[in-house]
Design a protein around this ligand. Sequence first.
Ligand SMILES: *[C@@H]1O[C@H](CO)[C@@H](O)[C@H](O)[C@H]1NC(C)=O
Ligand SMILES: *[C@@H]1O[C@H](CO)[C@@H](O)[C@H](O)[C@H]1NC(C)=O
Ligand SMILES: *[C@@H]1O[C@H](CO)[C@@H](O)[C@H](O)[C@H]1NC(C)=O
Ligand SMILES: *[C@@H]1O[C@H](CO)[C@@H](O)[C@H](O)[C@H]1NC(C)=O
Length: 398
Amino acid sequence: MTAMWSSIIGLILLLLPLAPSSSSYIKYQLGGEVYPTGRFFVVMKIGEPLTPYYLDIDTGSNVTWLECYHPVHGCHGSPGVTQFYKPALGNLRVDCKDPFCAALHADLRGTNPQCTREDPHQCHYEVGYVDGESEGVLSNDTVSLAEGNNRPMVFGCGYNQRPANPSQPPNQTPVNGVLGLANGTVGFAAQLKKQGVITKNVIGHCLGMTGGGYLFIGDYKFPPNGIIWVPMRKYEPFYSPGQATVHLDGQQIYANGMSAVFDSGATYTYMPSRIYNPLVAKVVDLLAGAAEPAKDDPTLPHCWKKPKSIESFDDVKNTFKQLELRFGNNIVMKIPAKKYLILSKYKNFCLGILNGSDLGQDQRIIIGDITMQDMLVVYDNERGMMGWAHRPCTTPRL
Ligand SMILES: *[C@@H]1O[C@H](CO)[C@@H](O)[C@H](O)[C@H]1NC(C)=O
Ligand SMILES: *[C@@H]1O[C@H](CO)[C@@H](O)[C@H](O)[C@H]1NC(C)=O
Ligand SMILES: *[C@@H]1O[C@H](CO)[C@@H](O)[C@H](O)[C@H]1NC(C)=O
Ligand SMILES: *[C@@H]1O[C@H](CO)[C@@H](O)[C@H](O)[C@H]1NC(C)=O
């Protein structure tokens, strides 16, 4: 674990924001990868003195928060986290009656606490994730958006994290928090727009197949070629182009379409068991004789030994068939095998599509990082459109 940390710390200098302060977008280089880190993160300097923190980029969440040491409540951090943001009490005076607090509670959609008697002048919130819950209060503190461009931003001081499954080993590379990039009214992008840092609430990410990549927020001129644009579904809490059917090797897996959502906070792709069960059966069926199961590999539920015919990861397509998500209007998202498999440390190929029903996700297909690798994904909250294009992500093109 220490080794992991030191390699991450070496990245700090490389990952600080790229955009000049005069542009109407900010752009960050990403660290991390699908496996083994399991997340993509930005490094942001926050607080006084400005201190770098690692934030998991999460298009499925409306609140940005840091693992935090609260001056009164202390802290109960996520397992493995050792560095905490330490605001002064003065930073935590976002009143629970402030419209900002009410707006955050609306964005979080949960049953959030009203003004509490112990801290009537702080804004408490709670946010649930598939793998746990986080509780905190809002802090108003300096965030460095780019060299020399420091702004007051409001984000969570998360002082009580409760993992859903505490018996699981802590993540190998803990981050210090979450950068919430869903379409919240007081989210990170909305605050930047309100302050005039960006002119448009547009978010895009490109997650590198070999790790890294970039994230932009604002009016960034990305190369428009090849982007498939689809209206975002309204009243869906996550970014969604609508219903999709799932096809493997050209064959439809389940009769009905299911709402598909893009969630950069999910490492893997999740399918409800109605789709997952027949999909796994079909994968196994198509592999008959070509690859042997690796039953003792604990990395993920379904792993196969590397067949002799596969020399590099690029060859997986010869053995593992292409998956497709078909949306309305003949829009097809092609998912070649390298966007649904990982090569585990035991040198087996493991299926990076997991059973959503195990996490209570029975109604949605969640398109996670693994499937979004080497793809530019753009969420245009101004026009209510989202788009994607296959392209390499590791060399940012300006
Ligand atoms: C945060 O602090 C800035 C000044 O530093 C202030 O202008 C802004 O209103 C504060 N935001 C909230 C929600 O309290
Ligand atoms: C995103 O948020 C804006 C502002 O709150 C809203 O007008 C828009 O409809 C939202 N987009 C979607 C797809 O819900
Ligand atoms: C984020 O906030 C927006 C606006 O309040 C809301 O429509 C959406 O459902 C929220 N999404 C999540 C994931 O909570
Ligand atoms: C997927 O999860 C559901 C609910 O936990 C379970 O009933 C089903 O058997 C699981 N499918 C597989 C293939 O493990």
